[in-house]
Design a protein around this ligand. Structure first.
Ligand SMILES: Cc1cc2nc3c(=O)[nH]c(=O)nc-3n(C[C@H](O)[C@H](O)[C@H](O)COP(=O)(O)OP(=O)(O)OC[C@H]3O[C@@H](n4cnc5c(N)ncnc54)[C@H](O)[C@@H]3O)c2cc1C
Length: 344
């Protein structure tokens, strides 16, 4: 089953006197069909797409204002990861308006005017174009799914762990039924669907380990649990962080803003989750995803030789930090005595 495509999210210009929940559809233009750079662009929504597009258009030369309801960008990511991006955006001249609410949109000639409320004050923001990046909705009206016994709601189609809908002969995969709305998740689910629907498979979606990446500069990539997720599950966690400023290649590349972070089950090297903020974080997270899916602990990464100098050494340094954390006071003492004795 399929969901409404990028159209629903990548709205270009809006020209209406209505609030964003009720924008007149005839004024939509698709972002990727624009042939002229908007001089002044408002991006509504500080999620992955809002951030990616805000930075891209700012770098093309638009004056970009990013209006975000929450108090930090990328609300699903660690707040210090979002802070790295925040300071990059400020440095690149993006006008960030966090904790702001859109009251409505008006027109004045060619101008679109956003009415914004922030800290109890209202203000007008005239712009040439508005990009709305506040989420997507499934495109299932008119399909009469209920006639086939398929339960759906405004979030999409309900499926079980095997991707069967409430009609067990009908399966669904992708954005329409997944909380993880990514191309790679749709692909992984499609493979499960084929195995289960056509080959009597019993593969479960809950067994998937799903990484994701926001393609800003630097990128922010994540896999598995956050520290908060682990705490909510009652798991004791050890968190290790290596700043990119400690990685020689990142320094050489002039890309030392960011960090690699890993969450381990306390007292073990079992990897629960990780976040990487780096120019190529989307590439670096793969090593950790592989370790999770392969059941390898962080110690296995520590035994893996990483070429010098690479930015992926940040991951190896996490393993070194883990090894150092295992050196208890008594182990250090015994080691010291042993080395003293050997020097005699
Ligand atoms: C701007 C933007 C950037 C993104 N960037 C990334 C990224 O960098 N990485 C990433 O992993 N994901 C990204 N995504 C998300 C990714 O595009 C989706 O998760 C992925 O396309 C989901 O695949 P899908 O097959 O479930 O749905 P879609 O790719 O949306 O495919 C649905 C298809 O079904 C059609 N359709 C819809 N309704 C009907 C109907 N009633 N009857 C027949 N056909 C219908 C649509 O026209 C469309 O062709 C991005 C999304 C957007 C909007």
């Amino acid at each position: 089953m399929l969901s409404k495509s990028r159209k629903s999210l990548s709205r270009g210009c809006v020209n209406s006197n209505k609030s964003i929940g009720n924008i007149n559809k005839k004024f939509y233009r698709l972002l990727f069909e624009l042939t002229e750079l908007p001089g002044c662009l408002a991006v509504i929504g500080g999620g992955p797409i809002g951030c990616e597009m805000a930075q891209a258009f700012a770098r093309f030369g638009s004056r970009v204002s990013l209006i975000q309801h929450g108090l930090h960008l990328l609300s699903r990511e660690d707040s210090d990861a979002a802070e790295v991006l925040h300071s990059v955006f400020v440095r690149e001249g993006i006008d960030l308006r966090l904790g702001a609410k859109i009251l409505g949109i008006e027109t004045n000639g060619k101008d679109k005017i956003l009415l914004i409320e922030r800290d109890g004050a209202t203000m007008n923001l005239p712009v040439d174009a508005i990009l709305v990046g506040v989420g997507r909705a499934p495109n299932i009206e008119g399909l009469d799914l209920e006639k086939a016994g398929i339960i759906s709601d405004r979030t999409g189609v309900q499926v079980n762990d095997l991707l069967q809908t409430s009609n067990p002969h009908v399966y669904a995969a992708g954005d329409i039924c997944s909380p993880y709305k990514f191309t790679h998740t749709a692909d992984a689910q499609a493979r499960i669907l084929i195995a289960n629907a056509l080959f009597m498979g019993r593969q479960k979606v809950s067994n998937l380990t799903i990484p994701w990446c926001t393609y800003t500069d630097p990128e922010i990539a994540h896999v598995g649990m956050s520290e908060q997720d682990a705490v909510e599950k009652g798991l004791a966690v050890t968190t290790l962080t290596v700043p990119l400023a400690a990685v020689d290649r990142a320094i050489l590349d002039g890309e030392s803003e960011g960090f690699a972070r890993i969450h381990l089950r306390q007292g073990t090297d079992k990897i629960l989750g990780a976040t990487v903020v780096a120019r190529h974080a989307g590439e670096m997270i793969n090593e950790i995803t592989l370790a999770i899916t392969g059941g390898l602990g962080l110690a296995a990464i520590g035994r893996t030789i990483h070429p010098y100098p690479t930015q992926a050494e940040a991951i190896k340094k996490l393993a070194d930090a883990y090894n150092r954390s295992r050196l208890t006071w008594s182990a250090k003492k015994i080691l010291g005595l042993w080395l003293q004795w050997r020097r005699r």
